[in-house]
Design a protein around this ligand. Sequence first.
Ligand SMILES: [Zn+2]
Length: 162
Amino acid sequence: MAERKIETTSTMTLYEWASLAEDVQELVRRAKAAAENAYAPYSGFLVGAAVMLQDGQFYSANNQENVCFPVGVCAERILLGYTHANFPNVPPVKMAIVARRAAGENDYATVTPCGLCRQSISEYELKFRLPIDIYMYMPSGDVLHAHGIEQLLPLKFEDLNQ
Ligand SMILES: [Zn+2]
C-alpha cells in the first residue's frame, strides 16, 4: 500500500498595534494588566489573558502556580473556566494573551497557548460552534492573530471523532 503525505497548514496575521480594532486593543491592555497580578513565584513567567464574550463584556485572569508544579493552572484555563462557570450561555469570541518575564520590568515575551489550553479553547469553540479569535502579544508590540484554535491545533481531538 502506497503512502502519501498529509499536510496541515495554519494561517495567522501579524498586526501592528495601531492597526488593531479598538476592542482588541482593549483586550490586550486588560491581558497586560492581568499579567501584573500573576502568581508565578517559581517560573517568573507572568501570563495574563483577557476574553471578550459575545455580549461585549470583558474578563481577565492570570496564571496561578503551585509549589507542587502540576497543580498550577494557566491564565487561559482559569479565565475560560471562570467565564463558562458564570456565563454558561454566552460564548467567548475574542481572547488576548500577554506574557512577561518578571514583574515591574518592560520585558514582554512571546507567548502562545500551551497544549492543554489549546484543547480547552477547542472545547468552548465546540460547545458554541463559534471560533475564538486569539490575539498573542509580541515583544515588538505587534499582535499575532489566529482565527480560531484550528490555526494552533490542527487535527484537534474533535476532528477525529466526527
Ligand atoms: Zn496553558
